[in-house]
Design a binder for this molecule. Structure first.
Ligand code: C2E
Ligand code: CA
Ligand code: CA
Ligand code: CA
Length: 275
């Protein structure tokens, strides 16, 4: 029994050690990824539920890793946050998306792009100033950029966040609440912040039948507060039909398109315009 336990211990520490080594390798890789220009933005269209037209796109980060191929954020965002690297990566993201918005505008593609901000990015004391400078620095149209934040950022109910969001809104940027309905939903904050869009969390859309009461509630909340409601994670015709029937404003999801590299997104947009 004693050697058994000893063996299990060695096994355990080997796993632990392997995992730590993997993590250290990942962190080293991430530090170089920014310098080497390995990050890319993909775009997933957001469409009008009624007309099916593309109105905007969500910018989603990808890492073109030299050996491991194209990686999604679930494989590296958390490490970025733990390392504090999310501040720099996040800055690369909003500057890149702002520049690409300007390029789209110049190409006659008049749609909005939205940028994800993780809560950790708000610990950057310069975040808001950097965002407010984007139009001057990149030539983007503030009216064509939105920022997606999660409820946890608003929960603190801090005066600083409120002021920050009001200044962003005054500049023309749109504020979007991501993953709405998960966790803490405190309805009081919805009136305190200048919110333009609510994104219903994917989990409600996934089980649209069982989630009906909640999803309906979010839709009427959007109506009362005069905030557009977006459904994400729409994968089937049935889900889209439900959204049409129940008056949801916009949707995104694999049913219409996965996130695409910019050039492919532009091609898709142009094809739709020609129809
Ligand atoms: P999110 O903001 O909730 O993004 C939606 C996620 O759902 C994306 O995953 C998207 O690819 C995926 N998705 C879209 N349509 C469907 C669908 O029909 N079915 C399913 N099953 N999934 C769908 P992705 O790109 O892997 O991003 C995961 C999360 O990583 C994002 O969740 C966001 O929190 C974070 N993230 C992504 N890009 C950035 C970024 O540039 N900055 C920051 N700070 N976070 C990011
Ligand atoms: Ca999002
Ligand atoms: Ca979401
Ligand atoms: Ca509405």
């Amino acid at each position: 029994a004693k050697t058994d336990r000893a063996n299990r211990c060695t096994q355990f520490s080997m796993d632990l050690r392997e995992r730590m080594e993997e993590k250290i390798a990942l962190e080293k890789d991430l530090l170089r990824a920014l310098d080497r220009g390995e990050f890319v933005m993909f775009y997933q269209p957001r469409l009008c539920v009624q007309t099916g037209r593309i109105l905007s796109a969500e910018a989603l980060l990808r890492w073109q890793h030299p050996e491991r191929g194209l990686l999604g954020p679930s494989l590296f965002i958390q490490a970025c946050e733990e390392m504090g690297l999310i501040i720099d990566v996040g800055e690369w993201v909003y500057r890149t998306v702002a520049r690409q918005q300007r390029e789209l505008g110049e190409a006659g593609i008049d749609i909005s792009l939205s940028i994800n901000l993780s809560p950790r990015q708000f610990s950057d004391p310069e975040l808001i100033e950097k965002i407010l400078r984007l139009p001057e620095e990149t030539g983007c149209a503030a009216k064509r950029l939105g920022f997606e934040i999660t409820e946890s950022v608003l929960l603190g109910d801090s005066e600083a966040i409120r002021t920050a969001l009001r200044r962003m809104k005054a500049k023309g940027f749109e504020i979007i609440i991501d993953d709405f309905g998960t966790g803490y939903s405190n309805l009081a904050y919805l009136q305190k912040y200048p919110i333009g869009v609510l994104k219903i969390d994917q989990t409600f859309i996934k089980n649209i039948r069982t989630s009906e009461p909640i999803t309906r509630l979010i839709l009427s909340l959007g109506n009362v507060l005069n905030v557009r409601v977006v459904a994400e994670g729409v994968e089937t015709r049935e889900q889209l039909d439900w959204l049409v029937e129940n008056g949801c404003d916009e949707y995104q999801g694999y049913y219409f398109s996965r996130p695409l590299p910019l050039a492919e997104f532009v091609e898709l947009y142009r094809t739709q315009q020609r129809l």
